[in-house]
Design a protein around this ligand. Structure first.
Ligand code: TXA
Ligand code: MG
Length: 339
């Protein structure tokens, strides 16, 4: 009957038994989604090119976009990189395990498919206990992009993974909502001056306490990180991002766009502020801090996408600290920027 190549996808709470089962799937060349502190990852044994290929297929990910290799112990790092510069040692001591991905010159242990043919490899040691337990139980490093369909918002809940990828992976470990909500900071250590390829919860300001100087990837002419050139993080409904820094003017612009000029059209509104996350008839309040906005933004974009609205109107944030990372994602999701 079932002529499609669909796999049945199970969802399990992160019990010891479930982690053991997932580890077995990984060791046998399968793919499994698991929670990390940033977003859910779609993992495969990084040392098995055939398994890694399944990740690209399930996500519909272009093959020139490399994957992050996840390890559970610092001692694993030396197997996968050619050298560990002094700055890396300092960063690792301070920020691992956690949401900082470091790009090194890769060793021959990493298959070309993982690094998309580059001579570098991105490595991260997550701090989520389920991710750590899974990597240790599998006994292999995990190549793992975010567990969404390519171009869609990253998943921060197991249901987001299921909605995007059901039938394409064996198992999803449900660890509840992820803590940070946006992907890790990616820092390239193979350039003369370390370069932030993707901003995240480990901010430039935090990195500058350890590094004397940092470059931002937007100033680089050629995209160093292939991921930078693709459309990203976007719901199907068009996103209009309001980036003005004058609060009163921005509120007025949003109000005009949603209620005055387009009376007959339906809009969703994603706004900042309010003590905790709230969704009410297509209006979303993300929370009072940057951390809460980051935690809730992808869920709100996915929910807003279910209203059949003409557009999703998103209120931007002044780009300081972690808000830089949030705005980086929102700019990529938006089809229209209103200053
Ligand atoms: O928080 C995260 O980083 C999540 C969780 C699952 O760990 N993972 C994640 O992976 O966001 P992904 O594949 O969605 O994003 C990885 C980013 C892409 O922009 C990719 O281009 C970049 O890292 N990247 C990977 N390897 C690289 C390399 N060797 N050089 C430059 N950029 C690289
Ligand atoms: Mg991704």
């Amino acid at each position: 009957m079932n002529k499609s190549n669909k796999i049945s996808t199970s969802i399990a709470r992160p019990t010891t038994v479930a982690i053991k089962k997932a580890a077995g799937i990984l060791r046998h060349g399968g793919i499994v989604a698991f929670p990390t502190e940033t977003v859910y990852g779609l993992g495969a044994n990084a040392l098995d090119p055939k398994a890694v290929k399944k990740i690209f297929k399930a996500k519909g990910r272009p093959s020139d976009n490399p994957l992050i290799v996840h390890i559970a112990d610092r001692s694993e790092l030396s197997k996968f990189v050619l050298e560990i510069p002094l700055v890396a040692r300092k960063l690792i001591a301070k920020f691992w395990p956690g949401p900082l991905t470091l790009v090194f010159k890769k060793s021959s242990a990493i298959p070309a498919i993982v690094s998309a043919g580059l001579n570098t490899v991105a490595i991260r040691m997550p701090r989520h206990p389920v991710a750590v337990a899974l990597i240790r139980a599998g006994g292999v490093p995990l190549a793992a992009p975010s567990a969404n369909s390519s171009t869609r918002p990253s998943p921060t809940q197991a249901m987001h993974v299921y909605d995007d990828l059901k039938g394409k992976l064996e198992m999803i470990i449900d660890g509840g909502s992820t803590d940070i909500g946006i992907e890790s900071t990616v820092l390239d250590l193979t350039t003369k001056i370390p370069t932030i390829l993707r901003p995240g919860a480990i901010t430039e300001e935090m990195l500058l306490k350890i590094l004397p100087k940092i470059r931002l990837a937007k100033k680089i002419k050629i995209a160093k990180s292939p991921g930078m050139k693709y459309k990203h993080y976007a719901p199907k409904t068009p996103v209009w991002l309001f980036t003005g820094t004058d609060d009163a003017k921005r509120t007025q612009q949003i109000f005009r766009a949603a209620f005055e000029k387009n009376r007959k059209k339906k809009f969703c509104l994603i706004l900042n502020g309010h003590s905790s996350y709230l969704e009410e008839q297509g209006v979303f309040l993300l929370g009072s801090s940057h951390a809460e906005v980051a935690k809730n933004i992808y869920h709100a974009l996915r929910r807003a996408d279910t209203y059949g609205a003409h557009a999703i109107i998103v209120e931007g944030l002044p780009e300081k600290g972690m808000a830089k990372a949030i705005m980086n994602r929102l700019r990529k999701a938006a089809i229209k920027l209103i200053k």
